[in-house]
Design a protein around this ligand. Structure first.
Ligand SMILES: Cc1cc2nc3c(=O)[nH]c(=O)nc-3n(C[C@H](O)[C@H](O)[C@H](O)COP(=O)(O)OP(=O)(O)OC[C@H]3O[C@@H](n4cnc5c(N)ncnc54)[C@H](O)[C@@H]3O)c2cc1C
Length: 512
């Protein structure tokens, strides 16, 4: 075995990076390994011709301004990770149809008053329920701060200070919005972000949905100036500065045990001994392939059977570089959602098909003029799928044809919705399917989102007893497949939190 480490972090995705930095900040001898030659997982970049593309980032939430710092900003400041952030000035434009079938084209600004004013313009009479909704979010935010402060939750304290949160969080988001007497059209507009959570409004717990709206609308989203590779490299540089060691092109194949406790990792570069492992790998993969069958805990087997491979949203990305400035092309908004319907349940059902019409257009140069060489611009399209069967059925020949079809659909979406023909300006185009993500991330079905946050498996249920999730002594799951689910912010926070738990375990002799 190579030198012994306090902690080995397997996988340098967002959670792995943040966990590795936290362990190093705490002075632990830490090794970070990743199967790729680059860190970041989803948070990376790639080049085609004279262009650099971001594979994933649309918007990152929970950073917040100086006077209303979000968890992410606090985490970065605490751990000395300084990224060049750009604030996203408005929430979104959405072109779709309301639940009642009438056309919808709305642009929603950030900020409580601005958001409510815009909503009142589109849906007269929505002001009252919207005020109540944002008041409730204030309480939800306070409850979240209380619940995440690392100390045990006191039920009596919560009943006294967060009564409405406790009441609302027993229900799905649609029921809570209806209880607030929100007009259906306002619900449709509020629900635009639902795919970021992967489950429709009639299923997603209000606590999670409310928090997301609070983070995007009140605290505003940010993106990195120089693609998400910049973020990953900033984490890496901080990790090296703190004395951390990293091995790339190194695949973890198995976890090694001393009795029933993990004591090392078998990697493609040899065995490594350690006290604790933080694994940025989906738990189903760990149990199926990386630990001896007889050591798979009963709870893991039951949880996995109950989840029944219900992996969350799958992505197909179409990346394009255009040889004209974005202003000349005429795309004015940073983020435009094209949805067939604003009824989230219906859209979720449609997303089961490979032919669904959902699409998100991101126009990087609208926000960052120097994102690409002068006189050019970079855009991306995100198509989402709630099931992967259609993709799995494709033959190799069909697979290539589907990629071409996806490109044609994107061109068509821009023509149909914005009346702009981008075809003559396309200099580079690349497509990443769920298969591409499966290959690069090593996630089941290629999901970057982990398990679907369906009703019984929602965020509240997962957060109730976080420690119960750690069934294998010496190993903690981090990343989108862990208890805090998907997203840049959630995975950074999850990695940081689990690293704190591991460091506490090590202080107590590392027996857990
Ligand atoms: C197209 C797209 C758009 C997105 N847009 C946004 C957005 O705008 N905002 C947002 O907040 N979120 C967004 N997300 C979601 C977000 O990027 C992910 O939820 C999050 O980054 C997942 O992080 P993770 O820590 O789970 O690691 P992952 O990104 O899944 O990385 C896992 C890492 O582990 C490594 N690994 C796996 N197995 C092994 C092994 N056996 N040995 C060694 N290494 C291994 C992989 O190589 C990889 O580097 C998007 C995702 C995608 C794909």
């Amino acid at each position: 075995m190579a030198a012994k480490y306090d902690v080995v972090v397997v996988g340098a995705g967002n959670a792995g990076l943040s966990a590795a930095v936290k362990c190093a900040v705490e002075g632990k001898k830490t090794l970070l390994i990743d199967q790729h030659n680059l860190p970041g997982g989803c948070a990376s970049s790639f080049r085609r011709g004279r262009f650099e593309f971001d594979p994933s980032v649309h918007e990152i939430c929970d950073f917040g301004p100086e006077d209303n710092k979000g968890h992410v900003r606090l985490l970065m400041e605490r751990n000395g990770v300084n990224v060049d952030w750009i604030t996203v000035p408005e929430c979104y434009r959405c072109i779709s149809t309301y639940s009642d079938g009438t056309p919808m084209d709305v642009t929603m600004p950030c900020g409580r008053e601005q958001f409510i004013d815009a909503m009142e313009k589109y849906v007269p009479g929505s002001r009252g329920p919207m005020e109540k909704f944002f008041d409730l979010l204030l309480e939800v935010r306070a409850a979240k701060v209380y619940m995440n402060d690392g100390t045990p939750n006191d039920a009596k304290y919560m009943q006294k200070h967060f009564p409405n949160t406790l009441r609302a969080c027993g229900y799905n988001s649609l029921r809570v919005l209806q209880a607030l007497r929100m007009p259906q059209k306002a619900i449709d507009i509020l629900g635009v972000y639902w795919p970021y959570l992967g489950v429709p409004l009639d299923e997603i717990n209000f606590f999670h949905f409310g928090n997301m709206i609070d983070m995007y609308v009140i605290r505003q989203a940010v993106i990195p100036h120089h693609t998400s590779h910049e973020i990953s490299m900033t984490f890496m540089n901080r990790f090296y500065e703190l004395g951390g060691e990293a091995w790339f092109n190194c695949r973890a194949e198995q976890f090694l045990f001393d009795g029933d406790k993990v004591c090392g990792v078998r990697t493609s570069l040899g065995d490594v001994e350690c006290e604790q492992v933080l694994a940025n790998i989906n738990p189903d993969i760990i149990d199926a392939k990386m630990i001896p069958k007889e050591l798979v805990p009963e709870r893991d087997k039951k949880l996995s059977a109950a989840r029944n491979k219900k992996f969350s949203t799958k992505f197909c990305m179409i990346y394009m570089a255009l040889n004209r400035p974005v202003e000349e092309i005429g795309i004015k908004d940073y983020c435009i959602f094209f949805a067939e319907t604003a009824d989230s349940r219906k859209e979720y059902e449609l997303m089961k098909s490979i032919d669904n019409g959902y699409n998100i257009l991101i126009s990087y140069n609208t926000l960052i003029p120097d994102f690409s060489p002068e006189g050019t611009c970079v855009i991306s399209f995100t198509k989402l799928f709630s099931e992967s069967e259609d993709w799995a059925k494709l033959t190799p020949e069909e697979y290539y044809k589907v990629k071409d079809k996806m490109i044609a659909k994107c061109i068509d979406d821009v023509k149909k919705n914005l009346n702009i023909d981008i075809t003559p300006y396309i200099e580079e185009v690349e497509v990443a399917t769920p298969m591409t993500f499966a290959r690069y991330l090593g996630t089941p079905d290629g999901t970057p989102y982990g398990f679907e946050l369906s009703d019984w498996d929602g965020i509240i249920a997962r957060m109730m007893d976080v420690q119960a999730d750690f069934t294998i002594k010496g190993l903690r799951h981090i990343g989108a497949g862990s208890f805090m689910a998907d997203g840049y912010s959630s995975t950074w926070i999850n990695g940081d939190l689990c690293a704190q738990m591991v460091c506490a375990d090590l202080r107590e002799g590392g027996k857990k």
